[in-house]
Write a protein that binds this ligand. Structure first.
Ligand code: TRP
Length: 364
């Protein structure tokens, strides 16, 4: 059987360059590698609602933003299905059955859930739906028989949870119908945890430290010029430190040797530039200007495609509809197998109906 990819994002905002280097760019490479039989990319609106109950409008608005971000990055509807989670009721049904395969204490130990509970001040009262989202994510993954889930590091505990549930289900019901998925992590450390422009651990909308894929060129420029570097690097001739230096972390994630040929022939590669910075004599502004060029090299084509797509929203909606329909057909097959394995397929089971009849015939 061929390899199948499932991955997704919560539509709580436009996607930023952290999403891009952490997963989007990789998805496009994987899509174009021809190694995957099927690819499903999910806009996880139902999951997003688990901590946005009171704000469905936000999720609704961002469905189209995320879809535009996907397509403008190079997700090709001829090769990948983009789907909307809430449109596939089979996923909710699978979630309900999987709930019996995992304990409350196991969910409480899930590090991603733990830190998200803290971030949202849910400690005193966790919404049940939110608490169970790892189970629903397992449904997302197994419904499409995904072998491969390209995600950031923060999603690893989710994958473990999915592997456990799939394994438990297969063992309990003596079936092979659920596939145990593997995570596919970013290969470059800078890519798996791109910090915010302020140097804080993560890009997040609430911290206002994101560079969005849809930001215009002048906004990107302004954000880079204001970026956190080495606070002790006061004069150009001072030695600078790379430690926690956001500009260099971004270069690690985006820069290729060819960028030096194109934009700064003083150096052959990033190592040479870093070395000069550490030695002293290379100012932050120069490095920032170089980073702007490097970013623009990758972001400008994405922005242009987005502008084109924005002119034809009905086309984008059609892509979503077709992707969702194709995905629903796959999920329905898996759900039928799951119910079959659990023996809760009464109407399809002729032998059962007969055995019921035989039981009462024997009594009379
Ligand atoms: N939890 C992911 C996020 O926070 C989104 C997501 C939902 C997902 N279902 C998934 C990711 C399945 C990978 C596989 O963005």
């Amino acid at each position: 059987m061929g390899k199948i990819i499932l991955t997704g994002d919560r539509p709580t905002g436009r996607l930023h360059i952290g999403h891009y280097v952490g997963s989007l760019r990789r998805r496009v490479e994987l899509q174009n590698s021809g190694e995957y039989e099927k690819i499903f990319i999910m806009i996880a609106d139902a999951q997003a609602l688990t901590d946005n109950v009171d704000n469905p409008e936000k999720i609704r608005e961002n469905i189209i933003e995320v879809a535009l971000d996907y397509l403008s990055c190079g997700i090709d509807p001829a090769k990948s299905n983009i789907l909307i989670q809430s449109e596939i009721s089979e996923l909710t049904e699978l979630t309900f059955y999987y709930m019996n395969m995992v304990t409350v204490s196991r969910l409480q130990r899930n590090p991603t859930v733990k830190s998200e509970i803290q971030m949202r001040n849910f400690e005193a009262s966790i919404p049940v739906g939110f608490f169970c989202y790892p189970i629903s994510q397992t449904a997302d993954i197994t419904a499409f028989k995904a072998t491969t889930v390209p995600v950031g590091e923060d999603q690893l505990p989710m994958l473990e949870q999915a592997q456990e549930i799939a394994h438990r289900f297969n063992t309990v019901y003596k079936t092979e119908c659920l596939v145990r998925p593997e995570a596919l992590l970013p290969t470059n450390e800078a890519c798996s945890r791109l910090p915010g422009t302020d140097g804080k651990a993560k890009m997040s909308k609430s911290l206002g430290n994101c560079i969005y894929l849809s930001d215009p060129a002048d906004v990107v420029k302004k954000k880079v010029m204001g970026m956190f570097t080495d606070p002790n690097h006061l004069r150009v001739e001072d030695p600078g430190s790379l430690d926690g230096n956001t500009v260099f972390i971004y270069l690690d994630a985006f820069c290729k040797d060819e960028h030096f040929e194109k934009f700064n022939s003083d150096y052959k590669n990033l190592d040479e530039m870093k070395e000069h910075y550490q030695r002293g004599g290379l100012g932050d502004v120069k490095v920032k200007k170089f980073l702007i060029n490097v970013l623009e090299d990758e972001l400008a084509p994405i922005r242009t495609r987005r502008e084109e797509l924005q002119k034809d929203i009905p086309y984008v909606v059609d892509v979503l509809k077709k992707g969702t329909d194709a995905a629903r057909a796959e999920a329905a097959k898996t759900l039928a197998e799951v119910k079959d394995a659990m023996r809760i397929n009464y109407f399809e089971d002729e032998a059962l109906i007969k055995s019921w009849q035989d039981k009462f015939n024997a009594q009379s």
